[in-house]
Design a protein around this ligand. Structure first.
Ligand code: BG6
Ligand code: MG
Length: 216
């Protein structure tokens, strides 16, 4: 087993709690359009790009939308979302995230963000972590979103590390799949703590046994 020299963190649901903001923004848009949408369907949007999320929501629409209409709906959802994340603060950082980042820095392990979100720069600024990571790969820099490994491969490249030396931390099944497809080990947290394919699992970063992960 190659040593873990870099850790790539998904952002939404791993570092920061934005899930409810995504849900509320999509819910507002779906309600306006008269499309059924609830928290169960919302689970399927975890880790998935904005346009792919819209496609999942539109499975329940009873009319066809043109590409222009779809683009406008995605933009409308995003404006609602950006309004909501405007009130994110350090208090929205998830349990164990800051301690984990500090511990990794102390060990000399490189840290990166690997997120599908095009709002990554805004979110990192809101929660005061804009200068914390050695590299940031996000939805603005990729063509294919998770479960494609592109965002994690880009993060590894920006860290100057081969994928085999990287560990990904993910809360989405699509992200677990992406990390494995990229040849990386993956720690599943949150919803992905139940993913049988994850190399390691923990309820959240606070509960993760990094001692064990680094010794394996
Ligand atoms: C992911 C979220 O991090 O980013 C998804 O888990 C979201 O739910 C995706 O759809 C894209 O986000 P954004 O901010 O670019 O609309
Ligand atoms: Mg996530």
């Amino acid at each position: 087993m190659k040593p873990i020299l870099g850790v790539i963190f998904d952002l939404d649901g791993v570092i920061v709690s934005t899930d409810n903001c995504h849900y509320l923004a999509w819910k507002r848009m779906a309600d306006e359009e008269g499309i059924a949408f609830d928290r169960t369907i919302n689970e399927r949007l975890r880790g998935v790009s904005r346009m792919e999320s819209l496609a999942i929501i539109l499975e329940r629409a009873d009319k066809q939308y043109t590409d222009e209409e779809k683009a406008a709906m995605a933009a409308r959802k995003n404006s609602y979302y950006v309004e909501l994340i405007g009130s994110l603060t350090k208090n929205d950082i998830l349990p164990g995230a800051l301690c984990t980042l500090a511990m990794l820095k102390e060990k000399g392990i490189k840290i990166a963000v690997g997120s599908s979100s095009r709002n990554t720069p805004i979110i990192l600024k809101q929660i005061d972590l804009a200068d914390t990571f050695d590299a940031v790969a996000d939805g603005n820099a990729i063509r294919n979103s998770k479960p494609d490994p592109e965002v994690f491969l880009l993060a590894a490249k920006l860290l100057n590390l081969p994928p085999e030396n990287c560990l990904v931390v993910e809360d989405a099944d699509a992200g677990v799949q992406a990390a494995l497809a990229g040849g990386m080990r993956v720690l599943g947290v949150g919803s992905a703590a139940a993913n049988p394919n994850a190399t390691f699992t923990a309820a959240n970063l606070e509960k993760a046994n990094f001692e064990m992960i680094f010794n394996l």
